[in-house]
Design a protein around this ligand. Sequence first.
Ligand code: F6R
Length: 240
Amino acid sequence: MRIIKAKNYHDMSRKVANILSAHIILKPNSVLGLATGSTVIETYNQLIDWYQKGDLDFSMISTVNLDEYVGLNSDDKQSYRYYMNHHLFDHINICKKHTFLPNGITADVEKECHNYEEIIRNLGGVDVQLLGLGHNGHIGFNEPNKAFEQITHCVTLEENTRMANARFFDRMEQVPTHAITMGIKTIMQAKQIVLAVSGTDKADILNKVLSGPITPHVPGSILQMHPNVIVVADEAALEH
Ligand code: F6R
């Protein structure tokens, strides 16, 4: 694991955006694995800015997102499809047909999970996977568990994950209870992984991810086994 220390959230976001930009420039048809959540918002803003300045071209890029809530359609403001359109895709020259998220309103969740794995395989795998880190150590929506769930699957969200995400909803009852997420094996198959972490509230869990035992109780700890992980964390997240 390579750990890059950033001064603060802003600096972390620029560093992460720089790494993603390098991929986009070096391989214009890269497959980017993307995340949602608060941590990556400024990274996306930065990529938009560089696109608008003429430094980046997304016309041949494909994206696959880590996860999507079950039960929310793409027009729903809380869906991750809406988030991605709003925070990135609507502002760059990416072909929307090349942007993939699990379908949260599928009638057959199991089939959707299977299809999603096939989409990733057909794209030739993920070149660089961007990850945020949950307070309980989740990556994607792989919640702490007795075993590492391998491939794309449907997960019951932990109460503390729902509470952390409730800030985006009007009422707690609106926060979905289930999500479809890439599995640990899916994530670990990415050629490169970039884990972005910011804030003192993530310091304890980041410490466990970086130097604790590798255990499904801290799903992010599996990243210690990946040959090509860059952790970009700000001083607040690294102070322990
Ligand atoms: C989002 C995702 C989650 C978030 C994590 C951190 O697609 O898969 O694992 O990355 O919950 O969320 P924030 O950045 O909001 O703290």
